[in-house]
Write a protein that binds this ligand. Structure first.
Ligand code: GLV
Ligand code: MN
Ligand code: MN
Length: 400
């Protein structure tokens, strides 16, 4: 609750990456990390890292973490729960004089949510060596470059490679997160063991019509880009609903849109929006998105307008590591908690950290499955059970 209160005051709970609130949140986290004796640093990609030295001078660390940024008007648990449960687990180990054999790294990954630069999972991408140097030139609405924004949180875009870690560089990665859906709640269970995380593809779509006077241009002479965009959006829903009738789950969303000139008395000349498509099946994600884009072009052409498509990102689905899933299941059993295996439609830093070594996730139920909204909620018992299982799983993995 203390961290979530660091929000844009009239937009609870908003702590966008690279914003003043985000930096204040990081200052608060830094103090909390230090108060349990962690060595705190920021890597060149802008990830905040707290390190606890293990007792046995083992080579590889166990990594735990999540993110402290939020979507606009987001919740108080998405991401935050993972960072602070990790801190709680480490504090408990220290209070009990039970130093783990391995070093533990607790990471607040930079900008997990789609940032003002259009990109998500910036910190974990960079850690996996997958943040491309051209992406550092992406700009936000104010013309600021991503590279400069990374510098503003203590990173160094020129030395980004130093943040990148190779394959087999961790013993394991554990992330606890709210489920953001209702399967656990419906089943009355408190722990979900994530089997896989859906792939996300994002495309920037620009519809170009012609701006004109709204009073003087007859209906038959218009090239209204917003009406065309409305047809594209409607086709997206229609085709994606049809795809779910016969194949594995696939979802498509248009959640961000800008209209130009955006005036009550002007025919919209240009519309830009983001198409986001997700599926656990990489081949279906490709086929479905390609199909949508073809339909977009057909619709725009039939209305004598242009549609320009630029890919923002395209990931692949991620399977959890069996050993991490086993550690979570064993820890849950030890607590007398029944588990359920489930897949994640939401994206997580674990997708990129899985390139460093075995990764897995613990889900806890959130009320009514609501997330990315201010109503997002988990009660204390739910948080405590999740943190207890995180600690248990950490100790299981430390036995290696
Ligand atoms: C992260 O919240 C996502 O977009 O799945
Ligand atoms: Mn989120
Ligand atoms: Mn999240």
């Amino acid at each position: 609750m203390r961290l979530s209160e660091i929000t844009v005051p009239d937009q609870p709970w908003t702590r966008r990456s690279f914003s003043p609130e985000f930096n204040r949140g990081r200052q608060w986290l830094t103090e909390e990390f230090k108060s349990v004796g962690l060595n705190v640093s920021t890597d060149t990609a802008g990830n905040l890292i707290g390190r606890l030295n293990g007792s046995a001078k083992k080579n590889l660390p166990i990594m735990i973490g999540s993110h402290s940024d939020t979507v606009p008007f987001g919740g108080r648990f998405d991401g935050i729960l993972g960072v602070l449960s990790g801190l709680e687990a480490i504090q408990t180990l220290k209070e009990n004089g039970a130093l783990p054999a391995h070093d533990i790294e607790l990471v607040d990954f930079l900008a997990e949510e789609p940032s003002e630069f259009g990109l998500s999972c910036i910190g974990s991408k960079a850690m996996a060596g997958k943040l491309e140097s051209e992406q550092l030139d992406l700009t936000d609405g104010n013309g600021r470059k991503l590279g400069d924004a990374i510098r503003s949180v203590g990173g160094d875009p020129e030395l980004l490679h130093q943040a990148s870690r190779g394959a087999n560089s961790i013993v394991a990665y554990l992330e606890i997160h709210i489920e953001q859906a209702t399967r656990l709640e419906s089943a009355g269970l408190s722990i979900g063991v994530v089997t896989d995380i859906a792939a996300i593809r994002r495309e920037n779509i620009r519809v170009v019509g012609r701006a004109d006077h709204a009073g003087a241009t007859p209906m038959g002479l218009r090239k209204d880009a917003l009406v065309t965009a409305a047809y594209l959006i409607s086709a997206t829903e229609e085709l994606t609903e049809a795809a779910n009738a016969s194949v594995a789950a696939i979802v498509a969303t248009i959640g961000k849109l800008s209209v130009s000139p955006n005036a009550a008395n002007a025919v919209p000349g240009e519309v830009e929006f983001t198409l986001e498509v997700r599926s656990g099946d990489d081949a279906k994600l490709k086929a479905h998105t390609d199909g949508l884009l073809k339909r977009y072009r057909d619709i725009a052409q039939s209305r004598e307008q242009a549609v320009h498509v630029q890919q923002v990102s395209c990931g692949t689905s991620t399977k959890s590591a069996a050993k991490v899933m086993r550690a979570i299941e064993t820890a849950s059993q030890n607590e007398g908690l029944q588990t359920m295996q489930l897949s994640s439609g939401a994206g997580h830093d674990a997708v990129y950290v899985s390139h460093l070594g075995p990764a897995g996730m613990i889900f806890v139920p959130c009320r009514d499955g609501r997330s990315h909204t201010p109503e997002e909620w988990v009660d204390e018992v739910g948080c405590a059970r999740g943190a207890q299982v995180l600690l248990g799983a950490l100790l299981e993995l430390d036995k290696e």
